[in-house]
Design a protein around this ligand. Sequence first.
Ligand code: DGJ
Length: 703
Amino acid sequence: MERDAASSTDIRDGHAFRIDGDAITLVFAQQGSVVPALIHAGAALPAAEDLGALARAVQPPRHASQPEIAPLASLWPQSGRGYMGQPALIARRGDKALPMDLVPDAGSTVGPRGFHLVFTDPVAGISIAIDWQISSGDVIRARSTITNHGTTPLAVDRIASLCLPLPAWATHATRFHGRWAAEMQEGTAAIPHGRSGGASRGGRPGFDGGNWLILHDAGFSADQGHGLALHLAWSGDHDSLIERDADGAIVQIGPRLDPGEIVLAPGGRFVTPDAVLALGLAGRNAVRRAFHAHLRRDVLPDRANWPARRVHLNSWEAVAFGMDEDRLVQLARAGQAIGIERFVVDDGWFAGRRDDRTSLGDWVPDAQRFPAGLDRLIATVAGLGMDFGLWVEPEMISPDSALYRAQPDWCLHRAGLDRPTQRHQLVLDLARPEVSAHLFGVLDRLLTAHAIAYLKWDHNRELFPNDGVGHAQAQAHHALIDRLRLAHPNVEIESCASGGGRIDHAMLSRCHRVWPSDNNDAIDRLRINRAWSLFLPPEVLGNHVGPCPNPITGRALPMAFRAKVAMFGHMGVEADPGAMAEAERHTLAAHIACYKQYRGLLHSGVQRELAFADAGLFGTMVADDTNALALVARTDLSGDYNARAVRFPGLVPDAFYEIGFPLADSAAGLALSGRMLADAGLVLPLSRPATAHLIAFTRQDHR
Ligand code: DGJ
């Protein structure tokens, strides 16, 4: 975390302080608590605002059931002074949990956009630093650091990255749940009394998106309401907790640790993963805008210099394990004919892999399927004008593999017990230096020997047995990718975990895209992508046209619908164009050409979701200063004959926009003001399910 110029601050005197983003102000003060609390989060306050007066104005009166100095929720809840909620830290020396009573220490600093607060408990022998920093998009990154100043080892069993007493308006929570092929299902409810929250245990964030949540007011919708969106930037396990009692509510988020997983030697310290926090003052689209801006400017590797996102053809849903060089060449040729730019060979290319029961760990081309190795195929693909991508799942090992026979103890296991598999595979113990070194060697050789532009990095099982190794495993995994990226900086990487099982800012700071779901059904994808797009911009969301009927849902949808949905992400195809009817192939090729025309806009503009009272409609729109492209899709039959006019907010109110329908035969022949489009909108023919429209807006005074 880069800190801004800060001045030294003595927080012991209890004065209130502020940090400011471009359009927001956060104010903090001690309110009975030793550690400050967030007492205001909102639009930018005047520079002259009297923070002491603000603190007095919002100070809740002490009530009879509290200690004389009311220990309110703060940025670091602790139990030593009578706070009865969940403490931010649980630590032990030996078997005994340490009672803790932190007091402010010297060395705290507060700058215009961030702070570094230091607290110590001289009796327990620990200090805690809390760092918050506002970065691009007015998104805040927060972390905590614990240092062991004692003379004996200190076990850290629980530590929050961020604790946030909630503003009074944050009465509701939007959280996510899900499963394979149905990631990121949204659920919104009033925050209940007591505890709610979630944790992952599989050594990755998981399909249910518990590492993302939004706390908001009751009226929070596409463009209205206040919301605090929260994410843990960590690829291992997370723990989130919302606690509400008679005094108010607090949210905490941090890594989930097993007891004894983190033990600090005397002098040792542990830094939590970052929590990422965005304050949206105009609904879901404000949160979306903040997260997208932050990811684009501060998280994605070298985002400013990315070339256009190439259209992928991925072999998985086209041929699965039924591949050899000839079949893949045939597929690549069919891809070239429709405008594919990158050919990705998915699972099935390496020694002996005929199904999902064998060979993980043996990362050399299968000699029968590729008698000339990979290079002849790569050269053919290059000759067709495409670059080449390859699937790997480096962290895994099949019990039926040459690697396992050579190194049976490299997997996570309990000595003397059987080794339970998932998808017939085990997990390598990456925290062992020789295992990580081996994997680096294998991948480095692969990337050095072949012209590979992109790796699809998969992860298809949970981490178990997980005897307190999850954190170290995630760290070793990051270190492996970092080392590989240093050696091969031009290779793009996708994070996939049976779909969206490992999507987080720690991966996104190392990767170029994620695979949001194995489910390519366009109706399901509209919903899954709407949820992911609250946090992630279109250019990182792999979005493919799959086969028809869809192999997961069995649904048959028209190509024009599937292809329009796929355009609003990083577009690809995961089906055999050669097996499609001529008319379908033609439609797909036209949509790919259209995506190429609009991807500059789609991958840099501001995205918003469109609001509908009709649950069978989905809409999204991406706009820059001069152009916008919207997608409006109907998934279910409406109770009304005609859809109401669709409104398109966010354009410049007094500018006029020419309206077009790319790929449709008809042109609208209309030019309307941004205000008119936002307030009155357009009526579109949207009566049939599986109908989608692309609507282009071109600003007239900019042509
Ligand atoms: C799971 C991924 O999500 C799929 O896209 C595919 O790569 C398979 N693994 C291959 O085993």
